[in-house]
Ligand binder design. Structure first.
Ligand SMILES: [Zn+2]
Length: 313
């Protein structure tokens, strides 16, 4: 295109002219708008309208601000509530965890205490068993020495055995050496480890004594009643049977049989020797032996008042 390249200035000139025209037109247009506006401003109705527009805009702005403020407050309140709820839940969780930890700690402590207590009891039992075994061994040696020599009983055998040390004394046992509750009595049964008197429990048994306890049943059966004569004869027979053997252990000072129908006193025989050594021999020989189908149970006794012991109930 040679024409175009030869006259570039013409095109540029045209372009500048167009631009000037546009600018001029724009200025003229602005001027017209300003003039229009100025002339309109002179009109009171227009001024009122403008004022109203301005107020309206102002009110809209205020309303928007208020709404915005309310929304913000609502949001803040929600946020605050959420935070509070979160903190509350956190506190609850922490409290639950702390409670769980405390519980576990307490359980562990209880278990440890229980185990320690069991260990302590076991050790105590072992100690007490060992002590009892040692004591028994020593007792056997003392007993043997005492039986094989002529001297007085050693101090180890001069002891009083208590079933419940520290508890009230069982008056009945103290008086009669018998108690209906036996070893399960809540009171303290006291007896000497060695004495010159032994008591052989339920040694002399006779149907009449049992019948007297259940008299009404015996009578109802009829014809089974036993007489005092039977009892006396049986007792003489018993006496003749046991006295020689008992005398074999040493000189007898007293031989008393409890004629009491009560079960826990029935047929007990107190044997008093002149010497403790004889009573000890009798104790060793008779303990656990069978007589008339029953195993004998022998204990040392410190009975002083025979009347109280034999008739006591
Ligand atoms: Zn008792």
């Amino acid at each position: 295109m040679p024409g175009k390249s030869k006259r570039p200035w013409r095109k540029e000139l045209k372009k500048q002219r167009r631009r000037r025209r546009r600018r001029k037109a724009a200025v003229a247009r602005d001027l017209r708008v300003e003039e229009d506006e100025a002339s309109k401003l002179k009109d009171p109705a227009y001024q009122l309208w403008l004022q109203q527009q301005s107020q309206l805009e102002e009110e809209q702005l205020r309303a928007a601000e208020k709404r915005h403020a309310e929304e913000e407050e609502t949001w803040l309140r929600r946020d605050l509530l959420a935070q509070r709820e979160f903190r509350l839940k956190q506190q609850q969780r922490e409290a639950a965890e702390a409670a769980e930890r405390a519980k576990r700690k307490q359980q562990a402590e209880e278990l440890a205490a229980k185990e320690a207590e069991q260990r302590r009891r076991r050790e105590e039992r072992e100690r007490s068993e060992a002590a009892a075994a040692a004591e028994f061994e020593q007792m056997l040696q003392c007993t043997e020495r005492f039986l094989n020599t002529d001297g007085p009983a050693p101090a180890e055998l001069r002891r009083v055995v208590e079933s419940r040390p520290g508890q009230n004394l069982c008056i009945l046992y103290d008086r009669t050496n018998c108690c209906r509750f036996g070893p399960s009595c809540a009171n303290n049964h006291r007896r000497p480890l060695l004495s010159n008197i032994i008591v052989v429990r339920h040694f002399f048994m006779h149907p009449l004594l049992e019948q007297e306890e259940h008299k009404e049943y015996a009578n109802a059966d009829g014809g089974l009643e036993l007489s005092e004569q039977d009892l006396r004869e049986a007792y003489v027979e018993f006496f003749d049977d046991v006295i020689p053997e008992l005398q074999g252990f040493g000189y007898l000072r007293n031989f008393r049989t409890v004629r009491n129908v009560l079960r826990h006193l029935r047929g007990h025989v107190f044997v008093e020797y002149l010497e403790e050594r004889s009573a000890l021999k009798a104790f060793i020989k008779l303990q656990g032996r069978f007589y008339a189908g029953r195993q004998l149970n022998v204990e040392f006794s410190s009975i002083e008042n025979w009347r109280g012991a034999i008739c006591g109930t």
